[in-house]
Design a binder for this molecule. Structure first.
Ligand code: ASP
Length: 594
């Protein structure tokens, strides 16, 4: 084997190597036979090199070349030579040269491929890609993204180390503590009937590390949440988990911004402008109808409620009079492109978010036309002046409760951003969303829930009276948003056991429950816990956004599919009776039809 060991990679050779004897190892990517002259594109992680087996090759070598199959793993011994001028390929790093083979050794053949390995993306259904993930990962796109993920992770470590953070691992077998989602449980064999939980995040441990005085902590942490399969979710995902002592939210904003700047500069050579804009939650809802606004295009929503109050269109008028909201979106220049049919499609989007309808009109030189315009004929001046509607603009309205009007029209805004190509795909538009409510009302259970988690500090001015109206309490918490995705959440934490108890009370956690679930944290807080706060940017999301793809599966080496299974290794799987017996478990229910 030694004599076939590579001397160079497949991405390394150029004209400076002409005349050199080399050995390359890699995979057969492309194969061409031009009347007895064979061209093999040999690929490894570093690139592709053209190998040529010409007429002068021995019959043995010729027949090896003729028998090569795609994706076989081979060693090529040969001489580098400059390509003839008309064969130079400026697209390839190795495009000036080729390697004239004098020996090819088959290191391992390749079975029939389920799909071709592509220079960019595998052209196959997701299930097949995941079944053969080890092959899918050979595609150019996956190789690039996994490489970027590594570089991002490395840049994060480099930055945080430079800032004096310690990387500290926290356990993956922990006590089951409520943190918003459902826990994955691991039965204990030694303590029958007891379970460990896999952490939904290292939240409590990072806070304990602050109590221990470590001051600045981070961890590239795997988090586990047993949620229903919906959207782009994975049961396990990775966070850049951070916590700092003696800080305010300002310090966390600044540290996170500089970290993002470092990561983008190091991995993509992009200079992110900082500080990132900040938008209060209420403004984000009012202007964009979302707490994760897409800021790569402007087109803000406007409030039409006051104008609706006196108008002759009864739907608007009653909504305004009954305390609801009428939201308006002026879509510049879209009047012509949006036929009645296309507006109905937009309405479908609004309805998904609970709107009863989407009212519209078009602005012309002669005033508003179409849709609900007949009620607003005399309002042309106000529409133009106050709301900035110009001839050729499409005006869209949702009248409903404040929440529905904002989110439904916000969803229409997002859709229009894509349909009208308003989004520059090369941009990264970051922002902070802050001033979130600390609690949200849980309609089903008729109680207050923590909007983020239970360890978030209320803003100081609400401290004295927060029990009186929990719905009004604003928390010291913040989200980092980029290109319409929530990239991170964080907060300043409660470090005072008394305040913590009051929060537990408001969310309906009895003293006994709190003691049972979080006793260790409350105890630790009694031993000189420092004020502290943190944040946890999602690594998968970050790399996904940076790569310009829209699924985190495309940046995770071995993800689960949409039903939380892995077609490759067939997990989850049944286990032996004896394994269950060891754990003291008897199954009450099994998935059928398998
Ligand atoms: N543990 C939190 C989360 O997973 C992040 C944080 O507050 O630092 O959302």
């Amino acid at each position: 084997m030694d004599s076939y060991q590579r001397t160079h990679s497949c991405g390394e050779l150029n004209a400076a190597f002409a005349g050199r004897q080399v050995i390359l190892n890699g995979w057969v990517f492309k194969l061409r036979n031009h009347g007895g002259v064979f061209f093999v594109n040999l690929r490894d992680r570093y690139g592709i090199t053209q190998v040529i087996i010409d007429e002068k090759a021995s019959p043995e070598l010729q027949s090896t070349a003729a028998g090569l199959k795609f994706e076989s793993c081979i060693a090529v011994c040969g001489t580098v030579r400059n390509r003839p001028a008309d064969m130079v390929n400026p697209q390839m790093t190795t495009g000036d040269i080729e390697v004239v083979a004098d020996r090819i050794v088959l290191l391992n053949g390749c079975a029939t491929l389920p799909f071709m390995i592509d220079e960019s993306e595998t052209q196959a259904k997701e299930d097949l890609r995941l079944r053969y993930r080890f092959l899918d990962l050979r595609s150019g796109g996956m190789q690039k993204r996994i490489a970027l993920r590594h570089q991002v992770t490395f840049a994060v470590r480099e930055f945080l180390n430079g800032e004096g953070f310690y990387e500290i691992e926290t356990p993956t077998f922990i006590k089951s503590t409520p943190e918003g989602a459902r826990d994955f449980l691991v039965p204990s064999r030694i303590h029958k009937g007891k379970f460990y939980a896999l952490p939904q995040s290292p939240q409590l441990y990072k806070q304990l590390l602050m109590v221990s005085g470590f001051d600045k902590y981070f961890q590239i942490a795997r988090c586990y949440r047993d949620e229903d399969a919906r959207g782009d979710r994975q049961p396990e995902f990775t966070q850049i988990d951070m916590e700092m002592s003696f800080v305010s939210a300002e310090d966390i904003y600044a540290m996170t911004e500089r970290m993002m700047q470092h990561v983008f500069r190091k991995t993509m050579n992009i200079d992110l402008p900082i500080p990132f804009p900040r938008i209060a939650y209420a403004d984000a809802m009012n202007l964009y109808g979302s707490d994760k606004p897409e800021l790569r295009f402007d087109m803000k929503m406007q409030d039409f409620t006051e104008s609706a109050r006196g108008c002759s269109f009864s739907v608007f008028r009653t909504t305004a009079e009954e305390g609801g909201t009428v939201k308006l979106l002026v879509v510049p220049g879209a009047a012509e492109a949006y036929s009645r049919k296309k507006i109905t499609e937009l309405e479908e989007t609004a309805k998904i978010y609970g709107a009863k309808g989407l009212a519209w009109m078009k602005m012309t030189e002669a005033g508003p036309e179409g849709g609900v315009s007949k009620f607003f004929e005399s309002e042309a001046a106000a529409l133009a002046g106050q709301y900035g509607a110009k001839p050729g603009d499409l005006l869209l309205f949702v009248a409903d409760s404040h929440k529905v009007a904002c989110t439904a029209l916000g969803a229409v805004r997002s859709r229009l951003g894509k349909e009208l190509n308003l989004i520059d795909p090369t941009r990264f538009a970051f922002c902070w969303i802050n001033d979130f409510p600390l609690f949200e009302w849980n309609e089903e259970e008729n109680k207050w829930d923590p909007a983020h988690h239970m360890f978030t500090m209320p803003k100081e001015k609400y401290l004295a009276t927060m029990e009186q109206n929990p719905g009004e309490v604003i928390g010291d918490l913040y989200d980092l948003v980029c290109n319409g995705y929530e990239l991170a959440s964080g907060s300043i934490r409660i470090h005072d056991p008394e305040i913590q108890k009051r929060i537990f009370d408001i969310v309906g956690f009895s003293a006994e429950q709190a003691e049972e679930k979080f006793g260790f944290l409350l105890k630790a807080f009694r031993f000189g816990a420092p004020p502290h706060g943190g944040i946890a940017p999602g690594l998968d999301r970050l790399v996904m956004i940076m790569s310009g793809v829209d699924s985190i599966k495309d940046v995770i080496a071995f993800p689960k599919n949409n039903v939380m299974a892995s077609p490759m290794d067939e997990s989850p799987s049944v286990v032996d009776e004896s394994q269950l017996r060891d754990l003291g478990l008897i199954l009450a229910e099994k998935e059928t039809g398998q």
